[in-house]
Write a protein that binds this ligand. Structure first.
Ligand SMILES: *Cc1c(COP(=O)(O)O)cnc(C)c1O
Length: 454
């Protein structure tokens, strides 16, 4: 074991060389490997220790020393190797270029934040007036300006509330509006949102009872009307955001249910605030409220293109019941999220919106130029047509024409392990780097990453 990992242990003589080193490398070479304390004093590594913490820098030094002991690198390359192995931040998370062609890739953290949202989040990481009125010096409503921004973007909504994620808004709505009562829901909308989480189970866990109506493929307004009674908390419409049922189908629209005398809660998932012409089947908050929904629930990090959060928009009385419920405190969202969400709402087009609206011709041009640059570097690269998708966030079945750089398949794994990591997709025995979700400013990074692992 690495003795350096023992907290407070005094450095042992010759610790950097390790006990087994002589078996792999010559004793002389072994003695020339710099000691840990000397390396920690090396200017670049000392600076890094201030930025990343000593533990992370020592781990990089230890790994470089082991590589030198095994003869993989020369003893005088240890400092350089340690510097090269330093992570970009003190977090274990690594930046990844999303070349999968899936705009909202759940495993890559869904929507990437805009620069405006990143700046706002960075600002809000320090002390900020999130819950303070600077004019009076008194406490103020938490996150009031982000709620204002939501209402400006969706004038039909009387009030708004923000929690940790889309599932949390559903939990809060079910708890505040239907605990010990019934949620009327179509059997065609009992969906799993991924990773084994099922909306019906989530709702039932709150103590609300589910009143299932209709069938998988057909549910009529009459089915809902029959199920409504004194026990009804609300009708829930869930957008089947990750699949489509086609053929002999019938669903009830919010407008057909709004007159039944109980609130209609519309879980749209995607977070589109207004209709998106490119995605005509994707529901949006404004249209749902116009159709008569009392409450719309959505995620912040899907098509809205913001930070992970859950948004409730709608009638003042319903939103107030959510916001005032004791459980709301347990779902409270952080200040950096509030700041990023507001900047997403007020700021320039998000990376997600830009990727959705990217011109296929422009993508093709980028793919051609990238492939040419990589061929100049001796890589078997060619531009190919590709198909991208919105992803876990919505619009199932919608194909977004795209372009990709096609590389030999072994690049897929090598690029994943590069710095920055590039995540492509393997298709037909080739590694495709689809450019639709890659901001044009990252093209140089891709060239650099590919050349490094060539
Ligand atoms: C994504 C989604 C959810 C869950 O939202 P999270 O932000 O992932 O918690 C709930 N309902 C629908 C329809 C969704 O698409």
């Amino acid at each position: 074991m690495d003795r350096e990992a023992v907290p407070g242990a005094p450095p042992a003589a010759g610790e950097a060389a390790g006990e087994d080193a002589g078996q792999e490398a010559g004793g002389d070479a072994r003695r020339r490997i710099a000691r840990t304390d000397a390396l920690l004093a090396e200017p670049r590594l000392a600076l890094a220790a201030g930025r990343l913490g000593r533990g992370i820098v020592k781990a990089a030094i230890g790994a470089a020393q082991r590589r030198a002991r095994s003869g993989e690198i020369p003893p005088d390359a240890v400092a350089d190797a340690a510097v090269a192995a330093l992570p970009p931040t003190a977090s274990g998370l690594r930046p990844v270029i999303n070349a999968t062609g899936v705009l909202l890739h759940t495993n890559l953290g869904r929507a990437p934040l805009s620069d405006a949202a990143r700046d706002a989040a960075a600002m809000a990481s320090g002390p900020t007036d999130v819950e303070l009125d600077l004019e009076t010096g008194r406490r103020a409503r938490r996150g009031r300006s982000v709620l204002d921004a939501l209402l400006e973007r969706v004038p039909k909504a009387e009030a708004a509330h923000v929690v940790n994620n889309g599932a949390a808004v559903l939990v809060l709505a079910a708890t505040a509006l239907a605990r010990d009562r019934e949620i009327v829901i179509s059997r065609g909308e009992m969906v799993e949102i991924g990773d084994g989480f099922r909306i019906p189970e989530l709702l039932a866990a709150t103590g609300a009872r589910l009143r299932e109506v209709g069938t998988t493929n057909r549910t009529t307004p009459a089915d809902y009307a029959e199920a409504i009674g004194d026990e009804t908390g609300f009708i829930l419409k869930v957008h089947p955001s990750n699949f489509r049922v086609t053929g002999f189908t019938r669903g009830a629209d919010v407008s057909e249910l709004a007159g039944l005398g109980v609130p209609v809660v519309a879980d749209i998932g995607s977070g589109l605030l207004a209709p998106e012409p490119l995605l005509p089947d994707e529901p949006d908050a404004a249209s749902m409220l116009k159709a008569g929904a009392g409450l719309v629930t959505a995620s912040g990090d899907k098509l809205l293109g913001g930070p992970q959060c859950g948004i409730a928009l709608g009638r003042e009385d319903l939103v107030r019941r959510l916001a005032r419920h004791p459980i709301a405190r347990a779902l409270r969202v952080g200040k950096t999220t509030l700041a990023a969400l507001e900047a997403t709402l007020r700021g320039p087009a998000t990376p997600t919106a830009l990727a959705l609206h990217a011109d296929p011709e422009a993508l093709r041009g980028r793919a051609e130029r990238l492939a040419a640059r990589l061929r100049d570097a001796g890589v078997d690269a060619r531009p190919v047509a590709s198909e991208a998708a919105v992803g876990g966030g919505g619009a199932p079945g919608v194909v977004l024409p795209s372009a990709a750089v096609s590389l030999p398949e072994p690049y897929a794994a090598r690029l994943r392990l590069g710095a920055p990591a590039v995540m492509g997709r393997v298709d037909g025995g080739r590694c495709l780097l689809d450019l639709r979700a890659v901001p044009p400013g990252d093209d140089d990074e891709i060239v650099r990453a590919v050349r490094l692992v060539r």
